[in-house]
Design a protein. Sequence first.
Length: 374
Amino acid sequence: MDEKEIEDLLQKYYLKDMHYEDGKILGSMYTKPPEIALKAFFKFYQANLGNPGLYKGTVEIEREVVKFLLRLTSGKDDFFGHVVSGGTEANVIALWAAREMGYKRVLATQDAHFSIRKAANLLKLSLENVEIIKGRMSIEDLERKIKGGDIIVATAGTTPLGFIDPIEEIGKICEMHNCFLHVDAAFGGYVIPFLRELGYTNKKFGFDISAVRTITIDPHKMGMAPYPAGGIVSKENIFEKIEIEAPYLMVGKNEGLLGTRQSGSVAAAYAAQLYFGWDGYREIVKKCMENTNYLVKRAREENFEILEMPEMNIVNIKIKNVGKVKKELYARGWGISTNPKYSSLRIVVMPHVTKEIIDEFLGELKNIKKSYGL
Ligand SMILES: Cc1ncc(COP(=O)(O)O)c(C=O)c1O
């Protein structure tokens, strides 16, 4: 096939996909990265940090990204970290390392991301649910269930509601019982530091809580980087707990979960971080929160019920027959996600979710509500 024919064929498939620039993907934690990040991706697409000996430049870049992740998580420059394929891999690595250190049982809420269940299953760690109160981990139930040697997973920005578990209190309890505390801030890690600066919250979630040992924090969510770019940072060197001999590699060992690692996205995450900088990320969070508040206000004006006041840029609109509404919205070109447990439509107010898109969406939702008498 010649190149033109290949392009034409690819275009047919491309047009079947949804795209972030159209603004109609409302249920995803991703957005279109800046052009410079995409340029960096293609410049470094050959790099493979699974074999770091060959890619010394990319190794240095990864360290720069990790340093930024440590700044976001109140860590120190000499802490450890890697850019990985996503939050799922980061959570698996954290729990794997904890298991290698002798921890045996995971305690998490049902609103923890499914990757925690996946990790527990893969690693043959038992998993117990801690109750949820007002969308956050119940301290009373944690105190009832915790035992020495447990791994506690707290979430800073839960997937369904965007809420922050009470991590400072959880940390104190973990210290009393010698437990391993992992914080999943895959989404919230790039949000909470700026919510603090903007006066929305004073909550901590990072290494400024002494019990916190490992944190998941993903550049490919609110860090505006293209996939695959998750992040895992740690106070101690967790990677040496899970490294494996690999004589055929330049450095003779492999640390982490994957072998070959697409590392164009590491350069891309770095380019995004240079492009926006700390102040640029704060502006993004400011705008997303303004649009979040706009969505809440406009939805209420249209007589929709908001499940709980959002803590970050995730809004849940309570609706009857949520499965049917999701189907209807999808048929009209909207990429929406739902929380069946809460009977709500879940909107992640990413930068492409503008006020115009919000108005258009609510108009559509009103029509659906009217036609189905919901
Ligand atoms: C809190 C949290 N952790 C982990 C993940 C998994 O991230 P990924 O999809 O990058 O593997 C998500 C994804 O939405 C998430 O919200």
